[in-house]
Design a protein around this ligand. Structure first.
Ligand SMILES: *[C@@H]1O[C@H](CO)[C@@H](O)[C@H](O)[C@H]1NC(C)=O
Ligand SMILES: *[C@@H]1O[C@H](CO)[C@@H](O)[C@H](O)[C@H]1NC(C)=O
Ligand SMILES: *[C@@H]1O[C@H](CO)[C@@H](O)[C@H](O)[C@H]1NC(C)=O
Ligand SMILES: *[C@@H]1O[C@H](CO)[C@@H](O)[C@H](O)[C@H]1NC(C)=O
Ligand SMILES: *[C@@H]1O[C@H](CO)[C@@H](O)[C@H](O)[C@H]1NC(C)=O
Ligand SMILES: *[C@@H]1O[C@H](CO)[C@@H](O)[C@H](O)[C@H]1NC(C)=O
Ligand SMILES: *[C@@H]1O[C@H](CO)[C@@H](O)[C@H](O)[C@H]1NC(C)=O
Length: 777
């Protein structure tokens, strides 16, 4: 055991014969909050008995509480109940891409002063590497336990991941998400949740009734919360009008995966209404869909003050007590905020709610604290009890943050192989741009305090001594005025120019959506002017979460290369410079469509995924958008070329019969016998050949509909079937294997929400290779 855990104790050391020296280490006692302290004089309550099943223990503890005590437990800051030896608990902590300083549970002003800051999620998603995502979750969970064990966390419930599908590129929280594809978002959530909760990569190790949760994850925001403030609409007043079809094949699937495959122990209901009903008051959503249809076992938290706004903003609830009653009846368990503390008792007195209904919520809440092992006596003796300061910002975790940034950064343009720059032949560089000399911008939002800080400028200086820097934009990223002469001046003298532009949290963040899709202020004018006067084509580096329309740079021959680096985290600057100088071969791919600026004409409030040609509505995401993107979903170059070949495309015909009752050319997937679905599964092997330096390359397999049948607009253009990352040596080759499940991958959702398989042909597509399969019923 580490000495840290003994701070506050007095050590008595007897020396040789006579003297006695007493050393008192007088720091603030680092004690994590826990219940059922065996050294305290409380009787042995059944809720402390680890041999009993957790539901029984949760029931027991709730049965011992008075109504006043119960009401206080329904909000994020739950007080202790000293008469029962129950500690206080804070439900609200954040860990989107590392232990965060946001939320109320964690503090950084103790033994531990920093935590590993992984890249912002959108860049991590660009690695398309689910094992990497899992390891990040694992690392975050371990750091969470360590901070808890030294008394710097008042809870172990973290309100991450954010798995709302990135529907609109202007969303200020685009950066927090794994992008626009429901499958990628769902797979990300599964990996993150299994990692942070202490499950294995394959899942199934953690029993939802055991006390082995490392930390608790929360799938948020349930559901369709993907607008923060656009014109007069904001997340509080917005009523999202969503079709059954879009709900079934875009908005809900990531949550279903997070709950079913990930076994997430938390869900957060969102502020917005869907078709008139506030999410936190939606019985169909919380209880029928999540708890009953998906077998969700865990707790449901409200987004912060989401209950209050039902009365104050949405006018959905006449009285505060109506709001409280409707969320509890819908299945919500804990309120981030104070509304339930204020109005639950009066709601019961007014008979809008029964005490039994709040008991259900409380049992869900205490069960989570028990699953975290916080009612087992001192958690330092538990399975996660030995994690301490050495487990935070460890070399392993910091390398993982670096490796993630390397894997995520996307090469968008590389004319005439400008990149990589030669280490030996690059004698001088000019670094220009408002994002080159900032550490904060690299982190993105929901950040914590980083283990280390290194700017892109500092990282570049390690490669090239003769480096000249100018921010270019006079004031900030908004770039209202530019110092063109100074920037051009240093650019002219340098061998190469690296422009570090893009956005930061003043342009896109929670509560701030963008109104357009271009670089802010005079950034593009600056880039073009510098490019015109530089000796060689310049490199443009973009830091941003949501996409920007950089067509001007894509089309400008004086701009040789473009790299997108998201917000790459504490080691992002190092990863970026390794890529620039060829110490790492880039392999990231865009997890979101980069739309042209005209897309900003679309109303952000329009939730439809499918296009509507009659009103020139273009649809959203690569699955439906009918315009020409600047860069498409899945786009990303490498310093090598990768050639694909289908190795075993033996399957040309899929039969899901026999189907006696078939009256038309489609049938509902639920009607197809499970064994026939399984029998129809087949493997697809893709051979990948790399003509250059060693690479990590992700193969994306899509399905395309060749035959659009009865319902033209309802169909995907294409849809991701799977993604696999493969490590290839220099001029190496490798194979990746996919399992195609026709009932899942060849089905589609009809307008009424029913999942059907239709007869007709589909093409499986990887890069420029494809083959066609006929589906017969
Ligand atoms: C804990 O529960 C088990 C199983 O019911 C029981 O056998 C045991 O006596 C209980 N322990 C205490 C200390 O009450
Ligand atoms: C640490 O910060 C928290 C707030 O984040 C504050 O309440 C606490 O007093 C601080 N502790 C010390 C030792 O400074
Ligand atoms: C919701 O959208 C549908 C079309 O998708 C439209 O017919 C309906 O009027 C809309 N409802 C509201 C309340 O805007
Ligand atoms: C980079 O920023 C730091 C801190 O804001 C500042 O002290 C330093 O002078 C800047 N570096 C250059 C080369 O301007
Ligand atoms: C990194 O910068 C933050 C402020 O942005 C600071 O609080 C922190 O101490 C720095 N970390 C290191 C290791 O210097
Ligand atoms: C530019 O950004 C800075 C810093 O965020 C802000 O103070 C300033 O008001 C902004 N200028 C304009 C014109 O928006
Ligand atoms: C591929 O990824 C692994 C694991 O992230 C890493 O160790 C390795 O260096 C990478 N190889 C290349 C060529 O990028």
């Amino acid at each position: 055991m580490r000495t840290h855990s003994r701070i506050g104790l007095a050590f008595v050391i007897k020396c040789f014969a006579t003297t006695m020296i007493t050393i008192i280490v007088s720091a603030e006692s680092p004690q994590p909050p826990f219940s059922c302290d065996s050294s305290s004089p409380t009787p042995p309550y059944p809720f402390c008995n680890v041999s009993l099943p957790i539901p029984n223990r949760a029931h027991d503890v709730v049965s011992r509480l008075t109504l006043d005590e119960k009401v206080l437990q329904l909000v994020n800051g739950a007080p202790g109940i000293p008469r029962l030896g129950i500690s206080a608990y804070e439900w609200w902590s954040e860990a989107l891409h590392g232990i965060s300083r946001h939320g109320k549970g964690v503090r950084f002003n103790g033994t531990i002063t920093a935590s590993t800051q992984f890249p912002q999620v959108i860049l991590t998603a660009a690695s398309f590497d689910s094992h990497l995502w899992y390891r990040i979750g694992q690392a975050i969970g371990r750091e969470a336990r360590a901070m808890y064990n030294v008394g710097q966390a008042k809870g172990l419930t973290f309100w991450a991941p954010n798995i709302n599908v990135l529907r609109d590129p202007r969303w200020g929280r685009a950066q927090e998400t794994p992008g626009e594809d429901p499958l990628v978002v769902g797979d990300y959530s599964v990996s993150y949740v299994r990692g942070i909760q202490g499950d294995s990569f394959e899942g199934g190790k953690i029993d939802p009734n055991s006390d082995h949760l490392q930390a608790s994850a929360c799938c948020k925001h349930f559901v369709a919360n993907d607008l923060d403030n656009w014109k007069t609409a904001n997340r509080y007043n917005f009523d999202a009008n969503i079709t059954q079809q879009d709900l079934a094949d875009t908005y809900l699937p990531p949550f279903k995966q997070c709950v079913q495959q990930g076994q997430a122990s938390g869900i957060m209901c969102a502020y917005n209404r869907v078709n008139g009903v506030p999410n936190c008051a939606d019985y169909n959503l919380l209880t029928k869909t999540a708890r009953q249809d998906w077998s969700f076992k865990g707790y449901i938290a409200s987004d912060c003050d989401a209950v209050a706004i039902m009365h104050d903003v949405q006018g959905y609830s006449k009285l505060p007590e109506d709001a409280v009653a409707s969320v509890i009846k819908a299945g919500m368990d804990v309120n981030c905020g104070s509304y339930l503390k204020k109005y639950t008792k009066s709601a019961i007195e007014m008979k809008k709610l029964t005490e039994a209904e709040i008991d259900r919520a409380l049992e869900n809440l205490f069960a989570i604290r028990m699953r975290l092992g916080l009612f087992n006596g001192n958690p330092k003796t538990g399975i996660y009890g030995n994690f301490g300061p050495d487990d935070v910002c460890s070399e392993e975790h910091q390398n993982l943050a670096l490796d993630t940034a390397r894997s995520g950064i996307v090469l968008l343009k590389n004319s005439d192989m400008l990149l990589p720059l030669s280490k030996s032949k690059t004698n001088s560089i000019a670094v220009i741009g408002p994002n080159a000399n900032s550490t904060q911008t690299l982190l993105g939002n929901y950040e914590g305090v980083a283990c280390k800080n290194i700017t892109i400028l500092q990282a570049l200086e390690k490669y090239v001594k003769n480096t000249h820097y100018h921010p270019g934009c006079v004031d900030f990223v908004n770039c209202t005025s530019v110092a063109i002469d100074e920037a051009v001046g240093i650019a002219k003298m340098a061998d190469y120019v690296i422009m570090v532009m893009g956005l930061d949290q003043t342009q896109e963040r929670e509560k701030l959506d963008r109104l357009d899709l271009v670089l802010p202020g005079k950034q593009s004018a600056l880039v073009s002017a510098v490019a015109r006067s530089a000796k060689n084509p310049v490199l443009l580096v973009l830091l941003c979460g949501g996409p920007v329309d950089v067509s001007f740079a894509k089309d400008d021959p004086k701009i040789g290369s473009i790299l997108w680096a998201g917000y790459p985290g504490e080691s992002g600057a190092t990863a970026l410079t390794e890529i620039i100088f060829g110490d790492h071969n880039p392999g990231g791919r865009l997890p979101v469509t980069w739309y042209p600026r005209e897309f900003a004409k679309v109303a952000m409030t329009d939730m439809r995924m499918r296009p509507d040609p009659s009103s020139r509505y273009p649809g959203r995401t690569y699955r439906f958008y009918n315009g020409k993107p600047v860069f498409e979903f899945g786009y990303g170059l490498s310093y090598s070329n990768h050639a694909y070949k289908f190795v075993s495309s033996t399957q040309n015909k899929i039969s899901l019969g026999p189907n006696q009752e078939l009256s038309s050319y489609y049938m509902s997937v639920s009607e197809i016998r499970e064994d026939l679905c399984e029998k129809a599964e087949f493997k697809v092997v893709v051979d990948v050949e790399n003509d250059g330096e060693a690479s990590n390359h992700t193969v994306l397999l899509f399905v395309r509909w060749d035959d659009h049948g009865e319902d033209q607009n309802g169909h995907f253009i294409k849809q991701l079937v799977g993604f696999r990352r493969v490590s290839l040596g220099r001029k190496g080759r490798g194979e990746v294997e996919f399992v195609v499940k026709p009932c899942e991958h060849f089905s589609r959702v009809r307008e009424d929400g029913l999942v059907v398989v239709e007869e007709g042909s589909r093409s499986l597509v990887v890069g420029d290779q494809e083959f066609t399969i006929d589906v017969v019923l």
